[in-house]
Write a protein that binds this ligand. Structure first.
Ligand code: ADP
Ligand code: MG
Length: 726
């Protein structure tokens, strides 16, 4: 554990550690009556259930409401605006069972009859097993999504079981059904049989074993059921509304606890971490600002700089995430921040994820600083031994104030005299371990500014990065021409090529991007080659020159091909998505995306951001096949209709959930068991605000009403990996 993480650990005095560890919940599951060693083995393997607690947290995915059996004759086709079909539960006698069709069309069709009518049940898979399990004339309880085919109600792959009316009728209760697996079913632990285990577990538990962790006032304000009740009722509710209250309570708890953890880390950093102090704005900053800044900063850039200045002046370590859409002007903010460090006698380091990006930053900074006496150097893997030695020396003796680099910067031999700030561009390519390594380079941890161009919806950012401070550049520099985005089908390719030719005639350059799907790298490669030949046929040498960049090329060749495009040696760049994020070729005015349907939204947005950087009117052409799925259509529509990265990120979240965005931060923080960042946003907002309130009023959680909460966090602390801290 390094000093940073130490400073961040909870400030709990040992005396406050009142022992209320729940021994019973930590018991191995095999000790539960009805389990035993063999089933325990399977529960572990199949469902990751090791302890009583795991079983408690294995929630049913639905409940059978035995009081609600629909008469078959009354099931009507329903218009469902969401496109889903309603679930129904019916009970009837199996009237026929027949195997129909051949080979791929083979299916098992049964008819089920009750007093009111008849419906079809169909299976395409597991036919043998189903056929063996069903018996004509027997009564079954059947559950599934009902659909209508030629006016006939039917359920495909329904759940079924033998129906014994006496067992259920008239009783008002909801029977839980749990996620399970085939292997467990074979051992008598099917979805409904698991309920017996939960039931046994609850006979052993009391409120003391599942103590409350949400402060009383919050429970009251939101009218939440207490924790023990919530667990009980999510498994065994006596009504639908009781189940809903339980779910709401537990979802809220997930959000609330996550927000508190993050908030605590953040506020502890604010209060206890040591940081270098940038409290002067001196000559370097002022001279640059007055005499060399090539444009007026946008208001958003000014605001972010103020936030950074305030934050770095306090004597605590800054740990800030800076979001700004592609082209919003993060580089100049980075530079001004570094100059601030220099004015205060510290060194600054800007890290980029790739060599090309590092070179680009180096060129930009060198140009901007060309009339100032502030040395900048570039350190990457390809810097030769001799100049490298000189750079290392200058870093160690403090004569080099600003370094731009790739991860080569974090090698052990690189020692700074007094590193004051590290700025990381496109953070998601940097691992946490790499960052931690940078801290180690200073006695007092340097400030950290992480810049990302992958827009993350605000809610998500606050959740995933709640332990960091957060700034956003939400405004583009003035005078940007909007990029015209159009969707074209494959069949219109030659028109597209004509358009490209006309742009090239005007002196512009073109990107043509092919998809890259890791799982089928070979196929992608072949596609790319075919595409390249195709483009070449339209644009033959020597009139036209094409660069091609792809993942299978040796590093040097990739760099060389990129360089040729950058230097206008070639007019067209054909590439897979290896095209470096953030690469800047202002003269490129057309982005053609091949097989657009295979790209995700945020990827498309990033790619489009490669054009529209110069003074020329720019275009993004989304080529696709003629058959498009709904999601692909939606993505294309969004791309055509907006250029706002945050709007796109919101849509992406709705379409695909947080998974992809979560990938930008390897953390379990976004994996909520019950709560959904998309559907439960209101609850998330509530949780965030309430957590923030509590921390503001009682940052140490020392008050009596927060005691349970504090104990809970203390006990759960072991579960929180420190590596999640930036
Ligand atoms: P990104 O946020 O994507 O890293 P850059 O820092 O590369 O964006 O800036 C994109 C372009 O906008 C650059 O050419 C930069 O010089 C220019 N730029 C940045 N800020 C301003 C501004 N306030 N006014 C005009 N141009 C700006
Ligand atoms: Mg950038």
């Amino acid at each position: 554990m390094n000093q940073t993480t130490c400073a961040l650990s909870f400030k709990f005095a040992e005396s406050e550690l009142i022992s209320s560890v729940n021994h019973i919940l930590t018991s191995p599951v095999e000790y539960l009556k009805g389990v035993g060693p063999q089933r325990a083995e399977l529960l572990k393997k199949e469902l990751n259930i090791f302890t009583f607690r795991d079983l408690l947290e294995h929630f049913p995915y639905r409940h059978i409401d035995k009081t609600r059996i629909s008469p078959i004759g009354e099931i009507k086709p329903q218009f469902d605006p969401l496109g889903g079909q309603p679930f129904v539960q019916v009970a009837g006698n199996l009237h026929s069972l027949e195997l129909i069709g051949q080979k791929a069309g083979k299916r098992l069709v049964a008819t089920l009859r009750d007093k009111s009518g008849e419906m079809e049940l169909t299976w395409f898979q597991g036919i043998n097993w189903v056929q063996k399990s069903l018996e004509i004339g027997q009564a079954y309880l059947v559950y599934g999504r009902v659909g209508f085919y030629q006016g006939q109600a039917q359920i495909v792959h329904p759940e079924f079981e033998i129906y014994t009316p006496s067992k259920a009728d008239g009783k008002d209760f909801l029977e839980p059904v749990y996620p399970t697996t085939e292997k467990l079913k074979a051992r008598g632990l099917g979805g409904r049989q698991l309920a017996k285990l939960s039931f046994t577990l609850f006979t052993m538990l009391t409120e003391r074993d599942v103590p409350e962790n949400i402060p009383e006032p919050v429970l009251k304000q939101l009218d939440l059921v207490n924790r023990f009740q919530a667990y009980k009722q999510i498994h065994f509710p006596s009504s639908v509304s009781q189940h809903e209250s339980a779910v709401k309570r537990l979802k809220f708890e997930e959000f609330f606890i996550a927000q508190l953890r993050m908030g605590l880390l953040r506020s502890e950093r604010h209060r206890y971490s040591k940081g270098v102090v940038f409290d002067k704005v001196g000559d370097v900053f002022n001279t640059f600002y007055k005499d060399h800044l090539p444009f007026e900063l946008t208001n958003a850039q000014k605001r972010v700089l103020r936030e950074i200045r305030t934050d770095t002046a306090k004597g605590h370590q800054m740990n800030r995430l800076l979001q700004g859409d592609v082209g919003s002007g993060k580089t100049i903010v980075a530079l001004l921040t570094m100059l601030l460090a220099v004015d205060n006698g510290y060194q600054a380091c800007l890290m980029a994820p790739t060599e090309i990006l590092a070179q680009q930053h180096f060129a930009t900074l060198s140009r901007l600083l060309s009339n100032m006496d502030v040395p900048v150097e570039l350190l990457t893997g390809s810097v030769k031994a001799k100049p490298r030695k000189i750079i290392l020396q200058a870093l160690a003796d403090g004569s080099l104030p600003i370094l731009v680099g790739t991860h080569a910067v974090i090698e052990d031999v690189v020692q700074f005299k007094n590193l004051g700030i590290v700025i990381i561009d496109e953070q998601h390519r940097f691992g946490v371990a790499q960052r931690a390594k940078l801290w180690g380079k200073a006695k007092v941890p340097p400030h950290v500014l992480v810049m990302t161009a992958t827009p993350i919806p605000r809610t998500l950012a606050m959740t995933a990065y709640g332990d960091l401070d957060y700034s956003v550049i939400d405004e583009l520099p003035p005078g940007r021409q909007p990029i015209t985005t159009v969707h074209r089908y494959e069949s219109q390719r030659s028109k597209v090529m004509d358009f490209i030719r006309a742009e090239i005639e005007k002196g512009r350059q073109i990107y043509i991007i092919f998809p890259l799907i890791e799982e089928s790298a070979k196929l992608d490669y072949e596609n790319l080659m075919k595409g390249y030949e195709n483009v070449k046929a339209y644009f033959p040498e020597p009139k036209y020159w094409i660069s091609m960049v792809h993942g299978r090329q040796p590093h040097e060749q990739k760099e060389l091909n990129m360089k040729r495009f950058k230097e206008k040696d070639t007019q067209i760049l054909v590439s897979t998505t290896v095209i470096e994020v953030g690469v800047d070729v202002p003269n490129a005015s057309v982005m053609v995306i091949e097989s657009t349907e295979k790209f995700g939204l945020s990827q498309l947005h990033q790619l489009r951001g490669r054009v529209g950087r110069g003074a020329e009117k720019s275009y993004c052409i989304l080529l696709s096949g003629s058959k498009l799925g709904n999601d692909a259509k939606e993505r294309i529509n969004i791309m055509v209709s907006t250029q706002n990265g945050f709007e796109i990120a919101e849509k992406d979240l709705e379409l695909r959930g947080p998974g992809d965005i979560a990938g930008t931060r390897q953390s379990g923080e976004l994996n909520f068991k019950l709560a959904s960042l998309v559907q439960d946003r209101d609850l998330l907002d509530l949780a965030r605000n309430l957590a923030a309130d509590i921390l503001e009023k009682d940052p140490e959680l020392g008050s009596a009403e927060n005691l349970q909460l504090k104990q809970f966090l203390r006990q759960e602390k072991g579960k929180l990996a420190w590596s999640k801290i930036s």
